[in-house]
Structure formats: C-alpha cells, structure tokens
Design a binder for this molecule. Structure first.
Ligand SMILES: Nc1ncnc2c1ncn2[C@@H]1O[C@H](COP(=O)(O)OP(=O)(O)OP(=O)(O)O)[C@@H](O)[C@H]1O
Ligand SMILES: [Mg+2]
Length: 362
C-alpha cells in the first residue's frame, strides 16, 4: 500500500497542502510544533477516518475554519482516490467520489501501522488502552468487527441502565434481561473469537521480531477474556449466578469489555516487571508483527508511520529496524533532527521540511 499524493484543506495548522510522496522512505523534518505529527495524522485519518491523538474530530479542523478535507491517491491493488471531510455536522468519507456510508467498508482499504511516543500508554495499569489497540488493528483487517463491537457496546449500555432500574425481588426471571443478555453473549463471543485469533497471529511473529531488533529476550502475548473457552450456555449461567450482585452494583460484571492482552517478557508480565526500554521494545515488536499479519491477510504491506522515532529508540536499534523492514513498505519518519538519520537512509529518501504548516522548499 502506498500513498502517492496527499491534499489537505484546513487540516490542523495546514491551510493548503499538496504533496507527492516517495514510494519507499519519506522523512518529515522540522522544529517542534511545526506540523510534522499533523501531517502523519492526516495520512492516518485518511486511512482510518479518525486521529490517533484525539477522539474529537472537530479539533482536526483548522482554527477559525468550519471544515477540513483530506484527499489522497492511494495504491492498494488498484489506484483509488480517498477522501475524508469533517465539518460541524460530522464526517463524510468517499472512495473515487462515491460516498461510503458504512465505516467498515472504508477502513479496511488502507492499512496503517503507527508507532508513536504515546504508545507506551498501552502499558498503563488499565486494560482499556490495550483493548483500544486491539480494536484498531482488528477493524483494519476484518470487515464485520466494527459492527459486532458497536452492537456489543450498545447492548452493554442498555443492559447496564436496565440493571440500575431493576428491583431484585420481583425480577429474578426477567425476560427482557434474558433477551439482551443472550444477545450480548452472542456478539461478545464473536469479538472474543476475532481477538483470540488475532493474538494467535501476533504470537506467530512477535518473538522473532523482538529478537531481530533487540537481540535477546523472549516475548509472548496472552489474551484474557471472561468468555474465553466457554460456551454460550456456560456464560449465560455465570450471568445468572451473578444476577443479584449485578443488580446491586447496577452494571454488567462479566464480558469482553474487560478483555486484556498481557505481554510476557522472559515469562514476566511486562507491566509488573518490565523496564521502560523493554516496554518500548515490546511495542515495536508488536507493530512489526502487525506488518506481517497485514501482509499475510491482504497480500500488501501497510503504510508505516514512525512518529518521533528518534525520541523513542537509540540509533543502533533504529538501524536494526530499518534493516529488517522490507523495501516494499512505504515509510514515514518524523524527526526534529535530520543529523540523527543515518546517511544511507537519507540517500534514497524524500526529505520534507515542514515549517509552520507549510512545506519549505529545500
Ligand atoms: N486545529 C488546529 N488549528 C490550527 N493549528 C493547530 C490545530 N491543531 C494543532 N495546531 C497547531 O499545530 C502545531 C503542532 O503541530 P505538530 O503536533 O504536528 O508538531 P510537530 O512538528 O510534530 O512538533 P514536535 O516536534 O514537538 O512533535 C501547534 O503549533 C498547534 O498549535
Ligand atoms: Mg510531533
């Protein structure tokens, strides 16, 4: 997958931008706050219809403007024109001029693997960031995943608010609750299946990738879920058993909204025992595994974005990463310091100098 051409209108600090990219390496450089991350954020948003930095689409619109447009020509197996428009009414996406109403028909087309400094958040104590990462990755690959997830979350909300209103004594065999519980389990099991098989795929690659770059250690990821290895009936019985406690607490106590993904380095949970460096390395290996998974599924490498790479890793590790990256992977690197980039890399790269939301001719 290669993005050949990008046009921005009123995106973040870009008023107008019209840029053609290199099919291999693109190095975006400039001082702090100039718009380097904004540029890769635009590419990410073109692919996945939302930013990795904010959940609020409106923030992407240039200050004092009313709408933003991102347009790109992307080569997957054929060349297609993609477009994302955001205004105060919401968001519209198009492929070759046709409005795509189902998000899942859009986001499975352009695959992106992103590495950025904030990624370490996935090792915070709460599993929600890890689930978010899983969701982003799987929805790029599997068309139905987003709708299963939306259905599950919708049912969960309904179930929770219903539980809050229930009277324990009267409603032990509540038929409405039975219906939403069964539906919740149905979608939850589908989500569980997707997540389980994705993590299995990750484990096919992650350890090898970790060792290629970091030379030592054994890395493995384990999926944990309340639904794992259980039948529909078994899960239903758990809900039944917990019914009183759920009413008392006014929320659903079991389900895939508690799923987690645990990284083990040399057998130790990395959250409990890992150093900061080991955590960064584990995320890198995870992302490198993802590149391979996308290639296996799509027959095409994803676009790779490495935001602020040099703040995350030292030069030697970066050299190892670049070495194992296939030449067919279109890569975007942002940096404040071009001096840090290996001369060999600079030779074939497109250098894009950004200043105050504009490309500086160099
Ligand atoms: N909606 C917006 N409208 C106008 N300007 C914006 C908007 N959102 C962000 N900016 C501006 O974009 C700039 C930040 O851009 P960006 O995050 O891309 O910087 P950067 O070049 O990646 O910097 P660093 O090297 O520090 O990571 C800030 O000056 C910010 O004020
Ligand atoms: Mg930045």
């Amino acid at each position: 997958m290669k993005i050949k051409h990008l046009k921005l209108t009123n995106f973040r600090n870009y008023q107008k931008l019209d840029l053609k990219f290199n099919e291999n390496l693109n190095i975006i450089y400039g001082k702090n706050g100039m718009g380097k991350t904004n540029l890769v954020e635009a590419i990410y948003t073109l692919a996945l219809t939302k930013s990795f930095r904010t959940n609020d689409d409106q923030i992407l619109i240039k200050k004092d403007e009313v709408s933003t447009k991102i347009e790109g020509e992307v080569e997957t197996n054929t060349n297609n024109n993609y477009e994302v428009v955001i205004n105060e009414l919401g968001k519209k996406v198009k492929i070759d001029g046709n409005i795509i109403s189902k998000l899942s028909d859009y986001v499975t087309n352009i695959n992106i693997v992103l590495l950025e400094p904030e990624e370490q958040m996935i090792f915070s104590s709460s599993p929600s960031e890890r689930r978010k990462l899983l969701n982003i990755e799987i929805s790029q690959l599997k068309k139905h995943y987003i709708s299963y997830l939306n259905n599950y979350n919708h049912l969960l909300k309904q179930r929770n608010s219903y539980l809050k209103d229930l009277d324990i004594v009267k409603n032990e065999n509540d038929s409405y609750l039975e219906i939403i519980t069964n539906k919740l389990i149905e979608y939850g099991l589908k989500i569980c299946e997707f997540r389980e098989s994705f993590i299995k795929e990750v484990n096919n690659y992650i350890n090898k990738k970790y060792q290629d770059v970091f030379k030592k250690g054994t890395l493995e990821v384990k999926y944990t879920s309340d639904y794992q290895n259980k039948t529909k009936e078994e899960i239903y019985n758990i809900y039944k058993k917990n019914f009183k406690r759920e009413v008392l607490m006014g929320k659903t106590l079991q389900g895939v909204h508690h799923d987690d993904m645990i990284f083990y380095l040399d057998g130790n949970n990395i959250i409990e025992r890992g150093s900061n460096g080991q955590k960064k390395n584990a995320i890198f290996a995870f992302k490198l595994a993802e590149i391979e998974i996308i290639y296996q599924e799509k027959g095409n490498y994803p676009i790779l974005i490495l935001d602020d790479l040099f703040s995350a890793l030292d030069n030697e590790k970066i050299k190892n990463i670049i070495k194992i990256l296939n030449n067919n992977i279109q890569t975007f690197i942002t940096t404040t310091d071009l001096e840090k980039v290996d001369k060999i890399l600079l030779k074939d790269a497109l250098l894009i100098n950004i200043s105050e939301g504009e490309v500086k001719e160099s």
